[in-house]
Design a protein around this ligand. Structure first.
Ligand code: PLP
Length: 471
């Protein structure tokens, strides 16, 4: 008899995926420019470390915020005792204003419809608990963030059914792919409760188009199901086309208020990527649905944001001069890093999916596979991990249905480290090409001999035959 529960020991957590295995290998031998220059470079972690100096300089200029002082007076005791799971009103207000600013103030958000959570991880799981029973399903476009297997399925018992997107149309979500996924769920006897998208997409680094959003809205409307839009990367959109939030499309179609459809649209957000603060654990659910807000608020007791974090960030985000400069500057830096990676890879003969957002590129290594299979993808991933010493995430860990795509992160390291990583990948590509040429040469050396031998045997046998005929 097991000493642990079935939940604790079942493997739907996804810990065995190569996404997490790559991290384990990295931890055994992490790159450090002085202490371990031949170590593994971590390129499997979507962290934004490009704008820390902006946050640090704000902290230096606003010492009262970190010292828990307001108008010169300490509010330490107040914060130490604060335990209202609705969250600090000042923080909720500054967070919704920040969300609106990221969306160019084309939409506004009501703080009463916001539920605070410990990051998007907790927000997504809470929404699953609120919207689906164990054994019911959510449809997710592939490829998707590997952590969703853990966040959406593990503790809730909810199932994920893939909406299969393909490279033939740059992995866009089509009406037929949506319908196919819905039918697939039915074949598996799963009741579909909703669709979950990430906009901008992790791992693609692309924004969801207005057309796609319209298809999605029509689809969930027709099927009478929910849609969750995880917009954790909304502030990372550094190039055109710009970011369009699902709320904006609802507003354009006058579906925003009254309609029962808007009650089925939920947004997930977090400061882990846009502000680069995953350690602070700050996330949120935004929903027009009062029942969802009320249930999720009760559940948020399991994953609250500490009151000192809320206080510090409410001070920071209510500084409009800071937020507007931060948003602009951070995007500029992301774009320059993105361009560095894309052009470095291009020099190595590698293409990326054209992207305009995120902290990563979706890299096409199909031409380096020994065959068009996921085994070959794993083989290549291992060579990249152990020979080039780069931890990148294979497409299979993101449930991509085409082997040969990899997610490569670019914002969690210095420029020098990124350049080194590019040199290492180029060296590996050269080695793979050299191996391939050697194999080809060996084949062509072997085959003429085989041919001449065949000819010789043929000649011999035909002369034998002639002799026999003559006999
Ligand atoms: C799409 C997506 N959703 C949610 C998360 C979890 O983020 P958080 O740190 O806010 O829990 C991530 C983290 O990488 C992500 O990429």
């Amino acid at each position: 008899m097991s000493l642990l529960s079935r939940k604790a020991t079942c493997n739907s957590h996804g810990q065995d995926s190569s996404y997490f295995l790559g991290w384990e290998e990295y931890e055994k031998n992490p790159y450090h420019e002085i202490q371990n220059p031949s170590g593994i470079i971590q390129m499997g972690l979507a962290e934004n470390q490009l704008s820390f100096d902006l946050l640090e300089s704000w902290m230096a200029n606003n010492p009262d915020a970190a010292a828990f002082k307001q108008d010169g007076d300490s509010i330490f005791r107040e914060l130490a005792l604060f335990q209202d799971y609705h969250g600090l009103p000042a923080f909720k207000k500054s967070l919704v204003d920040f969300m609106a600013e990221i969306r160019g103030n084309k939409v506004s958000f009501n703080p009463n419809k916001l539920v605070l959570t410990a990051g998007s991880t907790s927000a997504n799981e809470t929404l699953m608990f609120c919207l689906a029973n164990p054994g019911e399903a959510f449809l997710l476009p592939t490829p998707y963030y590997p952590g969703f297997d853990r966040d959406l399925k593990w503790r809730t018992g909810v199932e994920i059914v893939p909406i299969k997107c393909s490279s033939s149309n740059n992995f866009q979500i089509t009406e037929s792919a949506l319908e196919e996924a819905y039918q697939l769920a039915h074949k598996r006897n799963l009741k579909v409760k909703g669709v979950l998208i990430t906009n901008p997409s992790n791992p693609l680094g692309t924004t969801v188009t207005r057309d796609e959003l319209n298809h999605l809205i029509n689809f969930v409307d027709a099927k009478n199901i929910h849609i969750i839009s995880d917009e954790i990367y909304s502030g990372t959109v550094f190039d055109s086309p710009g970011f369009v939030s699902i709320t904006e499309v609802l507003m354009e179609r006058n579906l925003e208020e009254s309609s029962n459809l808007s009650d089925r649209v939920h947004i997930v957000y977090s400061l882990s990527k846009d502000l680069g603060l995953p350690g602070f654990r700050v996330g949120a659910i935004y929903s027009n649905n009062e029942d969802v807000v009320s249930a999720a608020t009760k559940m948020s007791s399991f994953g609250l944001i500490s009151s000192q974090t809320q206080f510090l960030l409410s001070e920071m985000l209510s500084d409009k001069k800071f937020t507007s400069n931060y948003i602009k500057e951070n995007k500029k830096r992301l774009m320059s890093r993105h361009d560095m990676l894309v052009s470095g890879l291009r020099n190595a003969g590698i293409n990326c999916l054209k992207s305009n957002a995120g902290l990563f590129c979706w890299v096409d290594l199909r031409h380096l596979l020994s065959s068009k299979t996921f085994e070959a993808e794993k083989e290549l991933w291992k060579r990249i991990l152990f020979e080039a010493r780069l931890n990148i995430s294979p497409g299979s860990s993101c449930h991509c249905n085409e082997p040969g795509w990899f997610r490569v992160c670019f914002a969690n390291m210095s420029e020098e480290t990124l350049n080194l990583a590019i040199r290492r990948i180029k060296d590996l590509v050269d080695t793979i090409k050299l191996d391939e040429n050697t194999r080809r040469q060996r084949r062509s050396v072997r085959s003429p001999r085989k041919m001449s031998l065949t000819k010789w045997v043929f000649r011999l046998s035909s002369s034998h035959e002639r002799e026999a005929d003559q006999r």
